[in-house]
Design a protein around this ligand. Structure first.
Ligand code: RAM
Length: 772
């Protein structure tokens, strides 16, 4: 059997704009000896690969006639196995704009100062029978679209996703054929601020707008008549109005909804004209700037998978507190939204729900660690006898809910947790006969689910939820063992690279609203910026994606050159802004502190070697040799500065020794001393405990294995006392924590400043389970 046929990592995509898409499939054959791909538009054959003698089942590039816009292509693959058995399967994809122009303008509701209100935008249009119909839609903001009061999709919850909006914004294509009716139709878009203009884009800017003040959308419907004629219905000032609304949704703050608003159609509010926006010539609305006019967004196709509802989790307990509030426990820290049903509803009932990851000793909800994120749902019930509600255009990180205002008794039949994240297939699993290790794997996987909400985030609950580059690069190896994250990282790498500074530096987090307002002048921290190198490597190693490596190689080289420039050509530099983040003793003691200049210089050498390897694999051996020479020079520089006269390492922290050994920075005699010091440090000085932070921890077990110390690696992994991977499990963890002691039964909660209970970075260790 041939299964899992995909184009550009996606199954039957609509709105695909890659001119030379890559095909893949999975075969049940032991070994495939040939394949043949054919692609047709209707009856016209546009590509026939011919029979190709090859075991290749991925990354097969289209080489046929130029693909046309908005065209369905049917493709099949036929393979022959070693034993002569033949198999065949087919699938299809549909192109999008392919560089052609939009008819509709960008539009912006004539809005008001209240943030983060939702705005219903309504378009009334006529149509007859169409053979096929598509809604093409994008937003600088976030939206849900309804056609004739039905959602156009149940599977795409936070469109169009979080991107480096000043450089790129994605559009979606939905099949709306089944929702149209003869005569008058209504398209209604509920538009929110989302990542574009909500608090997440403002909080580190004194709440002043960065990309823009209010959201915008651009949408048009493409109707193909039975005779093939195409009619485009643009959403524009002629057919569209927007309504003033008090409902709110914000990524950090949650939502406030009055149920009777549900459809704007029912909304007696005042419908106002909308404003068409020409980015090259931004309008002033009521005398004020309503968007930041300094960019023209490029609209690109959506190459990742959408954020979707993946599963439900039922409460394991519901407790009524003395103040009348209910605490709902789902038994698992997770990310998504609650869904509840009010029965025998009395109109105007107000239910308020707060979200938290932990309980305080007195049984109340702990949410201090969310910092400035309000993360709550306020629901004002409408007129129906039974009302079911789930927040939209936002998400929460929680295990517990605090529910106040619930009429009557809250039972497990009334409420559940809807887990949402980017919809990626699971590709790996790990289990053992060690119960706590299995729990660790579960915690890692929940950490991944929770932090894969459209972009790879540091944490999903507090006033952050940003695509921190350091966290992303250390976790990418593990992430791609657990899930097929090729499409997900393809999108994120586009944003990371789009946001590269003029000087070549990569951001602290991507996408970055703040980088934009600071004109891409900052950033470039060791171990964080290096995500620009490490993540393409993961794409190459796991998916054989040479295309992405070729595409970003000039930018990778620019980053490395800038690093070398910053070192004044000495290869010794001091740009480890975040050091070995959160190492044991961070901001308190110095004994485990790895000097910044060591971290930066070691990393530079390591990244030069990794880049040389990638260059070799994409066939650029001359550049590979050049970068290998630089690696050797960087090694010598590190040896010159960080070895004593006897050749012994001067930096003796676990992280320092790990980096030296990981990237082979020392000659054999010094490396042997380093290995010895590392073992002593772990076993004797620290009684088989780690002292490493975000950069050192991922290296620990793999380096111990490399130097022939697998037994010590196991001892360290299975250590149950602080600090170590299993310790939080003894304290009740169901996800990875930001610190090993974010909470302890003895001492309670750690410093609220940095105390996430869903931070996947230390979960990087899982890659070692698979590899070793
Ligand atoms: C924190 C983030 C992240 C880390 C940075 C340096 O605020 O949560 O995990 O990478 O800082």
């Amino acid at each position: 059997m041939l299964t899992n046929l995909r184009v550009e990592y996606k199954t039957t995509p609509l709105g695909m704009d890659e001119p030379r898409p890559r095909f893949s499939w999975e075969t049940s054959q032991n070994r495939q000896s040939t394949y043949r791909i054919t692609v047709k538009a209707g009856d016209v054959l546009v590509w026939d690969s011919g029979e190709v003698a090859s075991p290749r089942t991925t990354q097969v590039e289209y080489e046929g006639a130029t693909l046309q816009c908005f065209t369905r292509y049917d493709w099949s693959v036929a393979t022959k196995g070693e034993d002569g058995e033949t198999l065949e399967a087919s699938s299809y994809f549909e192109t999008g704009y392919m560089g052609t122009k939009w008819t509709a303008p960008w539009i912006q509701p004539i809005t008001y100062e209240l943030r983060p209100t939702l705005t219903p935008v309504r378009t009334v249009f006529q149509c007859g029978a169409a053979a096929s119909a598509r809604l093409c839609i994008t937003a600088l903001g976030i939206f849900q679209a309804y056609l004739n009061e039905k959602r156009v999709t149940e599977e795409d919850l936070l469109p169009p996703g979080f991107t480096q909006y000043d450089k790129r914004v994605q559009y979606r294509v939905y099949d709306i054929g089944g929702l149209l009716r003869d005569g008058e139709n209504q398209l209604e878009v509920l538009l929110g601020c989302g990542w574009f203009s909500g608090n997440i884009s403002r909080i580190w800017n004194g709440f002043a707008p960065t990309w823009g003040k209010n959201p915008l959308i651009r949408a048009e419907m493409r109707l193909v008549q039975p005779d093939g004629a195409v009619e485009v219905i643009p959403v524009d000032a002629g057919n569209t109005k927007a309504c003033r609304f008090t409902d709110q949704a914000d990524i950090y703050d949650g939502t406030i909804v009055e149920a009777w608003h549900k459809f704007a159609l029912n909304n007696p509010g005042e419908w106002k004209p909308i404003q068409e926006v020409d980015f090259a010539n931004p309008p002033k609305l009521e005398g004020k700037d309503h968007l930041n006019p300094s960019f023209i967004p490029k609209i690109v196709w959506s190459c990742s998978e959408p954020v979707a509802h993946i599963r439900d989790v039922r409460p394991v307990s519901i407790t009524k507190r003395s103040n009348g509030a209910y605490i709902v426990d789902f038994g698992q820290n997770l990310v998504g939204r609650e869904r509840f049903t009010l029965r025998n509803n009395i109109q105007g009932t107000i239910v308020t729900i707060r979200h938290g990851e932990m309980l305080r000793d007195d049984g109340s909800l702990y949410y201090d660690n969310l910092r400035q994120a309000i993360a709550r749902t306020v629901y004002v019930s409408g007129t129906a006898e039974t009302e079911t509600f789930e927040p939209e255009l936002t998400f929460y990180g929680f295990r517990y809910l605090d529910v106040t205002g619930w009429p009557g008794e809250l039972t497990a039949d009334d409420i559940l947790a809807r887990v949402i994240h980017t919809d990626l297939p699971l590709t790996g699993s790990f289990s053992s006969d060690h119960k706590m290790l299995n729990q660790l794997q579960s915690n890692i996987l929940w950490g991944q689910r929770s932090n894969f909400v459209d972009i790879p985030t540091d944490c999903p609950q507090r006033d952050e939820r940003l695509g921190w580059t350091g966290d992303t690069q250390v976790f990418a190896d593990e992430a791609t063992w657990n899930m097929d994250a090729a499409a997900f990282y393809t999108k994120w790498l586009a944003d990371l690279n789009a946001g590269q500074s003029v000087n070549g530096s990569y951001a602290h987090y991507a996408p970055s609203p703040y980088n934009f307002i600071h004109a891409y002048e900052y950033d470039g921290a060791t171990g964080w910026g290096d995500a620009g190198i490490v993540c393409p490597w993961v794409m190459l190693e796991k998916y054989g994606d040479t295309r992405i490596v070729k595409k970003y190689m000039p930018q990778m080289l620019r980053w490395l050159d800038w690093e070398i420039e910053r070192s004044n050509d000495t290869y010794i530099l001091d740009v480890a802004k975040y050091q070995d983040w959160l190492y044991i003793g961070w901001q308190e003691t110095t004994e485990n502190m790895t000097p910044k200049d060591f971290i930066s210089s070691a990393y530079l050498a390591g990244m030069l070697r990794l880049t040389a390897r990638m260059l070799h694999l994409i066939g650029d051996d001359a550049e590979a040799a050049h970068r290998m020479r630089q690696y050797q020079e960087a090694r010598k520089a590190v040896q010159g500065k960080f070895l004593d006269a006897q050749g012994a390492p001067l930096v003796r922290t676990q992280t320092g020794l790990l980096m030296a050994l990981e990237w082979d920075l020392f000659e054999p005699a010094s490396a042997a001393i380093a290995a010895d010091l590392l073992v002593k440090n772990i076993r004797d000085i620290n009684d088989t405990h780690l002292t490493t932070g975000f950069l050192g921890t991922p290296l620990l077990l793999q380096v111990l294995t490399k130097i022939g110390q697998s037994d010590l690696a196991y001892d360290l992994l299975l250590q149950t006392t602080y600090p170590g991977w299993l310790y939080p499990i003894t304290q009740g963890a169901t996800t990875m924590w930001e610190r090993w002691n974010s909470y302890t039964k003895d001492k309670g909660f750690g410093n609220v400043g940095m105390n996430s209970f869903n931070h996947y970075a230390y979960g990087a260790v899982g890659a070692w389970f698979y590899r070793t």
